[in-house]
Write a protein that binds this ligand. Structure first.
Ligand code: SF4
Ligand code: SF4
Length: 314
């Protein structure tokens, strides 16, 4: 990989906003780093956070906390835009009035076994790139060297690959690969293709982050009128968060990029249009009823000056 490719790769990464310019690193590169309870900077990195979350991060955390995805998003995250077209991302929301992570305790991380991918990687950052003429994505790494982090002064050398294994990153990368590829595909597709409009962004948000709402969507009559889903597959999607998440990535590729990952039912488009028309007619009828009620009130013999709250005849 040459320097220009690396700069493109750094530019395209969803984790590009590092406070430190990254150096180009391969998996077999050795870094000098160790973090442990006795470093003087203990918890410094968790005291000032800027952590984007992947769908799998959210899945792990909401299940650990035994709350729904909607509750997790509401309580622990805030939205941000991942690109100029407003592709939605979510980041950890810090403590009220501060910058520390809500899961930081004196002993360290209170959700350590389920901490997000970015926390596991730190001080390494994962960078992904896909060129428009390539089918698969490529990865590289960068080292984030922040002044407050004294782990770089510890006497331990370790390759990035071994560090990834030590931190249990592989599983997280594997489960989020489909989602990263979606983001890269969108970015490399150019402005006209796959450009998310408001509806696309809402779908992307729901299928990526709000897994429990996405499950309800997949189980809804309108979804099942549109797509053919085998009974066994549907049972798995209902029962298994990880399968549902992976299905969500396929669904997004189908919905946003017209990749035929799902089998559509015959006439699904016409039925969809008919449903929209029916809904529009109901809304129109509601408006009409409200308007008629207002007219009736206006000319009601019981109406007195002042009923309109304007103070009478003035
Ligand atoms: S989740 Fe844990 S490791 Fe990550 S910022 Fe919060 S306290 Fe630190
Ligand atoms: S050594 Fe770095 S990663 Fe470890 S606690 Fe200190 S600032 Fe955080």
């Amino acid at each position: 990989m040459n320097e220009q490719e690396f700069q493109n790769l750094a530019k395209d990464s969803p984790f590009q906003d590092s406070p430190v310019m990254p150096n180009m690193l391969e998996g077999d590169t050795s870094i000098q780093f160790r973090c442990h309870r006795n470093v003087k900077c203990w918890n410094a990195c968790c005291s000032n956070i800027d952590i984007p979350l992947t769908p799998y991060d959210i899945l792990r955390l909401k299940n650990r906390l035994k709350i729904s995805s909607a509750e997790f998003l509401q309580e622990y995250t805030f939205p941000f835009e991942m690109d100029k077209d407003g592709l939605p991302g979510v980041k950890y929301k810090p403590v009220d009035g501060g910058s520390a992570c809500r899961f930081m305790v004196e002993e360290g991380c209170s959700v350590y076994e389920d901490r997000p991918s970015a926390c596991r990687y730190y001080p390494v950052a994962l960078l992904s790139m896909r060129r428009s003429d390539e089918y698969t994505d490529r990865t590289g790494y960068a080292l984030v060297q922040e002044a407050h982090c004294l782990g770089h002064q510890e006497d331990r050398k370790i390759t990035i690959e071994d560090y990834r294994t030590e931190q249990g990153v592989n599983d997280f990368d594997e489960k989020s690969r489909g989602w990263r590829q979606l983001i890269l595909k969108k970015k490399s597709a150019g402005p006209a293709i796959g450009k998310p409009q408001q509806m696309s962004n809402q779908l992307f948000f729901m299928a990526s982050y709000d897994l429990d709402r996405f499950r309800a969507f997949v189980m809804s009559p309108s979804f099942n009128e549109s797509y053919v889903i085998a009974v066994e597959t549907m049972a798995e999607l209902v029962a298994d968060d990880e399968k549902l998440m992976a299905f969500g990535f396929d669904f997004l590729r189908h919905a946003l990029f017209n990749e035929k990952n799902l089998e559509e039912r015959d006439g699904a488009y016409d039925k969809h249009r008919a449903r929209l028309n029916e809904r529009a007619q109901k809304i129109r009828a509601g408006f009409e009823q409200d308007r008629e009620k207002l007219e009736e009130l206006k000319y009601s013999p019981d109406a007195r000056p002042g009923d309109c709250e304007c103070g009478g005849n003035e």
